[in-house]
Design a protein around this ligand. Structure first.
Ligand code: GLY
Length: 304
């Protein structure tokens, strides 16, 4: 079986109820089918962007509409893409509903790799991207609870002391990897970042080789605490493993072990796809909802 597209909804804690699992499964399936629809006529870049747009718009993951907030209570998102030796990414953006579309613009229409902050928001407006409607009610409630606890003098653990266990009940970043009919691979990610991060903080999802990477051997994407993924150059290393002959499952296992040994469990998850259409997903968290679709259109959902 040759896998042509794989997606994930982020590494994190187990969902609290069955209903949530069903919603997650449905959205992942929808993202895979939307990406696959493009497979017949488009590139792997088209597939990754189409799938991530579905995940960003779902509101159930920490990306796009569902993005979490920083310590000031504001949304700031990162997203990145890699395709045909080029990368395009945006960091710390607040304006676009779909940061992945802005990352695509950077990749295809500029000579740069990363555009950040207010200038990136200005660009999003200029090219007519839809505005973000602001944080969801459940995100604002989570934030208010933390503020109330801080005002009461309670100690609130940072995600960096407690890892993803404390904060991410429904997962982290979303992402997709794909291979098109010409055998070209693509990787993409989008995220609201870590809850309560310092304003201005940029995570792995804006940095090629950290949150995402793709070349002629394979494509890899990361989810988890961005600082740890950045310090490991995780996706670049996974792809390098594949270039050196490792199958995707061995490549992700090796790099996940490095992250776990250095930073502990509940910190990260990865998906890798190689140029033969072999795929693997692995995580050191309670769950990482992910799935793939084969060239025959068969869908499989795992990790929940
Ligand atoms: N992995 C997403 C972030 O840390 O921003």
């Amino acid at each position: 079986m040759k896998v042509v597209l794989a997606v994930h909804g982020g590494a994190g804690r187990r969902a609290v109820n069955q209903e949530t699992y069903v919603t997650i499964k449905n959205v992942l399936e929808q993202a895979l089918l939307e990406g696959f629809r493009v497979y017949k006529s488009g590139s792997s870049l088209d597939m990754v962007v189409a799938a991530i747009e579905v995940l960003e718009n779902s509101g159930i993951f920490n990306a796009g509409i569902g993005s979490t907030v920083d310590a000031s209570g504001s949304i700031s998102m990162d997203a990145g893409l890699m395709f045909r030796g080029k990368a395009g990414a945006v960091a710390c953006v607040r304006y676009p509903k779909n940061p992945i579309k802005l990352a695509r613009f950077v990749l295809e229409r500029t000579e740069h790799v990363i555009i950040a902050g207010g200038a990136a928001d200005k660009l999003a407006r200029k090219i007519g991207l839809e505005p973000h409607p602001g944080p969801l009610q459940r995100v604002l409630e989570l934030y208010s609870n933390v503020i109330i606890r801080l005002r009461r003098g309670e100690r609130v653990e940072s995600p960096f002391q407690k890892s993803l266990e404390t904060w991410l009940s429904l997962g982290d970043t979303v992402g997709a990897v794909s291979i098109d009919r010409d055998g070209i691979l693509a990787a993409g990610v989008s995220t609201g970042g870590v809850f309560l991060k310092m304003p201005g903080r940029v995570g792995d999802s804006a940095i090629p080789g950290a949150g995402f990477y793709a070349n002629e051997c394979g494509a890899a994407i990361a989810t988890g605490i961005g600082e740890y993924i950045l310090l490991t150059h995780a996706t670049l290393k996974i792809v390098e493993e594949m270039c050196n002959g490792a199958i995707p499952s061995d490549a992700v296992k090796k790099i996940l072990n490095i992250v776990t040994n250095r930073f502990g469990s509940n910190t990260a998850g990865f998906i890798a796809l190689d140029n033969k259409g072999r795929v693997a997903g692995l995580y050191n968290t309670e769950m990482m909802p992910w799935g793939y679709i084969s060239e025959e259109g068969n869908v499989k959902i795992l990790g929940i």
